[in-house]
Design a protein around this ligand. Structure first.
Ligand code: GTP
Ligand code: MG
Length: 191
């Protein structure tokens, strides 16, 4: 399966400003700088689609992208601000967190939560409870862990991680590896 077309639709700062697209949505969640925007660019084979940066906190809005698969089905990717980003004022951070939280809790179109985790740091407390948190308000949507930056691991670290997280996906946007399984999985949600 491939994505044959991808286009930016809209950026919004909060749920009330978001539009309805009548398509299923995939939310890209994870710490700031984990590689959410890079993953969207790699999946869509368009390095300029989602804005990425070496500086954490690049994505500050809720960004919608429509993607079309080779079977003509369509899906929405939602690039979100990272959580845990500290280098803004406290009030700004609280405002973002409130908007982000309200969005993920109340956006019924989200059918898949992709939780991106840096493969080198798979046990951070900030990531630990996300599954339980998502479950607490949305039991229907699928929750999946995606380990990013696997190019930074050696073979034995990689084997250990895969053994520990049997249902997860393992990707590198730098090396463009690990995507075909993830694409097959996501394509199931296209309509
Ligand atoms: N080595 C390596 N670097 C990566 C990979 N994916 C992303 N990066 C780098 O990590 C940095 C952050 O990537 P982004 O995609 O902007 O991260 P983000 O999660 O969208 O960050 P925020 O928008 O701040 O929440 C950039 O410098 C990317 O080039 C990867 O698979 N391997
Ligand atoms: Mg981003």
């Amino acid at each position: 399966m491939q994505i044959i077309n991808a286009q930016f639709l809209k950026s919004s700062s909060k749920l009330s400003e978001c539009e309805e697209y009548n398509l299923n949505e995939v939310a890209f969640l994870g710490r700031s700088n984990v590689g959410k925007s890079s993953l969207i660019n790699t999946l869509t084979n368009n390095s300029k689609l989602a804005k990425k940066s070496q500086t954490p906190g690049k994505t500050r809005l809720i960004n919608f992208f429509e993607v079309s698969f080779s079977d003509k089905k369509r899906l929405i990717f939602v690039d979100l601000p990272g959580f845990g980003y500290a280098k803004v004022s406290k009030s700004q951070k609280e405002e973002w967190n409130k908007n982000l939280e309200y969005f993920v809790k109340n956006r019924g179109q989200i059918k898949v939560f992709l939780h991106l985790i840096d493969a080198r740091h798979d046990e951070l407390s900030i990531d630990e409870n996300l599954f339980l948190y998502v479950q607490s308000f949305n039991k229907e949507a699928k929750y999946i862990r995606v380990f990013t930056k696997i190019d930074k691991l050696n073979q034995s670290q990689m084997a250990k991680l895969k053994n520990k997280h049997k249902d997860a996906f393992f990707i590198s946007s730098l090396k463009k590896s690990g995507f075909s399984n993830l694409l097959e999985f996501l394509a199931q949600y296209g309509i």
